[in-house]
Ligand binder design. Structure first.
Ligand SMILES: [Zn+2]
Length: 140
């Protein structure tokens, strides 16, 4: 599941971005849908129009879920700085993290619980931890 970004070195920025965009978020969302189905977790909706456009919400529980790519959101364990345009990437990731925080604050103010799931949480070996994380807020 974890994207090995080292193979992207040497691509131009736009090549890199389109590569990651097209594979990144969509794919992780699909994995989470499969996870919900496998564990018979129901009541979720995708792309519900809400502050920050969460990837999933559980309306009944007022839970908003974001699936964060380890690269785009600067996961401490898996983010690897590209070898080129370091300053661009540093700012980009920093802005994403600031936006994540701001969106979280706004949602909580509006009475929502916010659950951020890392791309690496979706790895098979982490699935029981993920199930705990979700059932703590969704009561499945
Ligand atoms: Zn990670």
């Amino acid at each position: 599941m974890a994207e090995d970004l080292s193979r992207f070195h040497g691509l131009t920025r736009s090549q890199l971005m389109s590569r990651i965009r097209s594979r990144g978020n969509k794919k992780t969302e699909v994995v989470l849908v499969q996870f919900f189905r496998k564990h018979r977790i129901t009541g979720w909706q995708r792309h519900y129009p809400l502050i920050g456009t969460p990837d999933f919400i559980f309306r009944q529980h007022k839970v908003a879920i974001f699936v964060d790519g380890c690269f785009w959101h600067g996961c401490k364990r898996h983010f690897k700085m590209p070898s080129h345009r370091i300053e661009f990437w540093r700012l980009k990731i920093e802005r994403n993290q600031l936006r994540d925080k701001k969106v979280g604050r706004l949602l909580r103010k509006a009475g929502w619980k916010v659950l951020r799931i890392w791309e690496h949480d979706l790895q098979k070996k982490n699935s029981s931890a993920l199930l705990q994380k979700i059932s703590a807020v969704v009561h499945v």
